[in-house]
Ligand binder design. Sequence first.
Ligand code: UDP
Ligand code: MG
Length: 154
Amino acid sequence: MLERTLVLLKPSTVERALIGEIINRFEKKGLRIAGMKMLQLDDDILAEHYAHLKNKPFFGILKASMMKTPVVAMCLEGVDAIAVVRYITGYTNGRKADPGTIRGDYCMSNQQNIVHASDSPEAAEAELKRFFRPEEIFDLKDMNLSRLYAVDEI
Ligand code: UDP
Ligand code: MG
Protein backbone atom coordinates (compact mmCIF):
# COMPACT_ATOMS: atom_id res chain seq x y z
CA MET A 1 0.00 0.00 0.00
CA LEU A 2 1.23 3.50 -0.80
CA GLU A 3 2.09 5.04 2.57
CA ARG A 4 3.53 8.25 3.99
CA THR A 5 5.92 8.40 6.92
CA LEU A 6 7.73 11.05 8.95
CA VAL A 7 11.50 11.37 9.02
CA LEU A 8 13.38 13.97 11.06
CA LEU A 9 17.00 14.70 10.22
CA LYS A 10 18.25 15.26 13.77
CA PRO A 11 20.73 17.91 14.95
CA SER A 12 23.44 15.22 14.68
CA THR A 13 22.85 15.31 10.91
CA VAL A 14 22.58 19.09 10.66
CA GLU A 15 25.71 19.76 12.75
CA ARG A 16 27.80 17.29 10.78
CA ALA A 17 26.64 18.72 7.44
CA LEU A 18 25.11 15.40 6.37
CA ILE A 19 21.67 16.74 5.37
CA GLY A 20 22.23 16.29 1.63
CA GLU A 21 23.85 12.89 2.04
CA ILE A 22 20.99 11.47 4.12
CA ILE A 23 18.29 12.90 1.85
CA ASN A 24 20.20 11.35 -1.06
CA ARG A 25 19.97 7.88 0.56
CA PHE A 26 16.18 8.09 0.77
CA GLU A 27 15.82 9.53 -2.73
CA LYS A 28 18.08 6.92 -4.32
CA LYS A 29 16.08 4.16 -2.65
CA GLY A 30 13.01 5.39 -4.52
CA LEU A 31 11.14 7.05 -1.67
CA ARG A 32 9.52 10.26 -2.81
CA ILE A 33 9.66 13.50 -0.84
CA ALA A 34 6.06 14.66 -0.43
CA GLY A 35 6.92 17.40 2.10
CA MET A 36 10.06 18.92 3.60
CA LYS A 37 10.98 21.83 5.86
CA MET A 38 13.50 23.03 8.42
CA LEU A 39 12.25 23.93 11.89
CA GLN A 40 13.44 24.55 15.43
CA LEU A 41 11.90 22.10 17.92
CA ASP A 42 10.93 23.19 21.44
CA ASP A 43 10.23 21.47 24.74
CA ASP A 44 6.46 21.17 24.13
CA ILE A 45 6.67 19.41 20.77
CA LEU A 46 9.44 17.10 22.04
CA ALA A 47 7.48 16.19 25.18
CA GLU A 48 4.68 15.07 22.85
CA HIS A 49 6.93 13.43 20.27
CA TYR A 50 8.92 11.46 22.86
CA ALA A 51 6.05 10.92 25.35
CA HIS A 52 6.84 7.18 25.40
CA LEU A 53 10.25 8.02 26.94
CA LYS A 54 9.20 10.61 29.52
CA ASN A 55 10.16 8.44 32.52
CA LYS A 56 13.57 7.50 31.16
CA PRO A 57 16.66 8.98 32.83
CA PHE A 58 17.90 10.29 29.48
CA PHE A 59 14.67 12.19 28.63
CA GLY A 60 16.16 15.61 29.52
CA ILE A 61 19.36 15.21 27.54
CA LEU A 62 17.43 13.68 24.62
CA LYS A 63 15.21 16.76 24.42
CA ALA A 64 18.23 19.07 24.74
CA SER A 65 20.06 17.21 21.97
CA MET A 66 17.01 17.58 19.70
CA MET A 67 16.90 21.37 20.28
CA LYS A 68 20.61 22.00 19.65
CA THR A 69 20.05 23.06 16.03
CA PRO A 70 17.01 23.15 13.74
CA VAL A 71 15.96 19.81 12.27
CA VAL A 72 14.74 18.89 8.80
CA ALA A 73 11.30 17.26 8.74
CA MET A 74 10.40 15.13 5.73
CA CYS A 75 7.28 13.32 4.61
CA LEU A 76 8.44 10.32 2.57
CA GLU A 77 6.07 8.36 0.37
CA GLY A 78 6.25 4.88 -1.12
CA VAL A 79 4.78 1.37 -1.08
CA ASP A 80 5.16 0.12 2.53
CA ALA A 81 7.15 3.30 3.24
CA ILE A 82 6.79 3.10 7.03
CA ALA A 83 8.47 -0.31 7.34
CA VAL A 84 10.97 0.35 4.54
CA VAL A 85 12.20 3.58 6.13
CA ARG A 86 12.57 1.88 9.54
CA TYR A 87 14.50 -0.95 7.89
CA ILE A 88 16.97 1.30 6.09
CA THR A 89 17.31 3.50 9.19
CA GLY A 90 18.57 0.55 11.28
CA TYR A 91 18.65 -0.16 15.01
CA THR A 92 18.43 2.74 17.45
CA ASN A 93 22.01 2.42 18.69
CA GLY A 94 24.41 3.36 15.90
CA ARG A 95 27.09 1.12 17.41
CA LYS A 96 24.84 -1.91 16.93
CA ALA A 97 23.09 -0.91 13.71
CA ASP A 98 23.97 -2.99 10.66
CA PRO A 99 26.42 -1.60 8.10
CA GLY A 100 24.40 -0.44 5.11
CA THR A 101 21.73 1.13 7.28
CA ILE A 102 21.80 4.89 7.77
CA ARG A 103 22.53 4.66 11.50
CA GLY A 104 25.01 1.84 10.90
CA ASP A 105 26.89 3.89 8.33
CA TYR A 106 26.78 7.38 9.86
CA CYS A 107 26.86 7.29 13.65
CA MET A 108 28.42 5.89 16.80
CA SER A 109 25.71 7.03 19.22
CA ASN A 110 22.57 5.57 20.79
CA GLN A 111 21.08 9.07 21.04
CA GLN A 112 22.69 11.26 18.35
CA ASN A 113 21.56 8.78 15.76
CA ILE A 114 21.02 10.90 12.65
CA VAL A 115 17.32 10.30 11.95
CA HIS A 116 13.94 9.75 13.52
CA ALA A 117 11.49 7.54 11.60
CA SER A 118 7.85 6.70 12.45
CA ASP A 119 7.52 3.14 13.71
CA SER A 120 3.90 2.24 12.80
CA PRO A 121 0.98 3.47 10.68
CA GLU A 122 -0.60 5.04 13.80
CA ALA A 123 2.64 6.83 14.68
CA ALA A 124 3.15 8.00 11.09
CA GLU A 125 -0.31 9.56 10.98
CA ALA A 126 0.07 11.31 14.34
CA GLU A 127 3.65 12.44 13.67
CA LEU A 128 2.92 13.83 10.20
CA LYS A 129 0.09 15.87 11.76
CA ARG A 130 2.48 17.03 14.49
CA PHE A 131 5.05 18.42 12.05
CA PHE A 132 3.13 19.36 8.89
CA ARG A 133 -0.01 21.29 8.02
CA PRO A 134 -2.10 19.48 5.37
CA GLU A 135 -1.14 22.01 2.67
CA GLU A 136 2.57 21.37 3.32
CA ILE A 137 2.28 17.80 2.05
CA PHE A 138 2.00 17.54 -1.70
CA ASP A 139 0.08 15.07 -3.81
CA LEU A 140 2.63 13.39 -6.08
CA LYS A 141 0.31 10.88 -7.65
CA ASP A 142 0.82 12.35 -11.12
CA MET A 143 4.52 11.49 -10.93
CA ASN A 144 5.30 8.33 -12.84
CA LEU A 145 5.21 5.45 -10.34
CA SER A 146 5.81 2.89 -13.11
CA ARG A 147 9.52 3.73 -12.94
CA LEU A 148 9.58 2.53 -9.34
CA TYR A 149 7.07 -0.32 -9.13
CA ALA A 150 5.48 -3.14 -11.12
CA VAL A 151 1.86 -2.51 -12.11
CA ASP A 152 0.55 -4.98 -9.51
CA GLU A 153 2.47 -3.32 -6.66
CA ILE A 154 0.68 0.03 -6.74
N1 UDP B 1 17.28 7.16 22.97
C1 UDP B 1 18.33 7.37 23.84
N2 UDP B 1 18.71 6.34 24.68
C2 UDP B 1 18.09 5.13 24.67
C3 UDP B 1 17.03 4.91 23.77
C4 UDP B 1 16.65 5.95 22.93
O1 UDP B 1 18.89 8.46 23.89
O2 UDP B 1 18.48 4.23 25.45
C5 UDP B 1 16.89 8.25 22.04
C6 UDP B 1 17.42 8.02 20.62
O3 UDP B 1 17.77 9.27 20.08
C7 UDP B 1 16.22 7.42 19.94
C8 UDP B 1 15.08 8.20 20.58
O4 UDP B 1 15.47 8.31 21.95
O5 UDP B 1 16.29 7.60 18.54
C9 UDP B 1 13.72 7.53 20.50
O6 UDP B 1 13.79 6.25 21.08
P1 UDP B 1 13.04 5.02 20.42
O7 UDP B 1 13.12 3.89 21.38
O8 UDP B 1 11.69 5.45 19.94
O9 UDP B 1 14.03 4.65 19.20
P2 UDP B 1 13.90 4.88 17.61
O10 UDP B 1 12.45 4.68 17.25
O11 UDP B 1 14.39 6.28 17.31
O12 UDP B 1 14.79 3.84 17.01
MG1 MG C 1 10.75 5.56 18.08
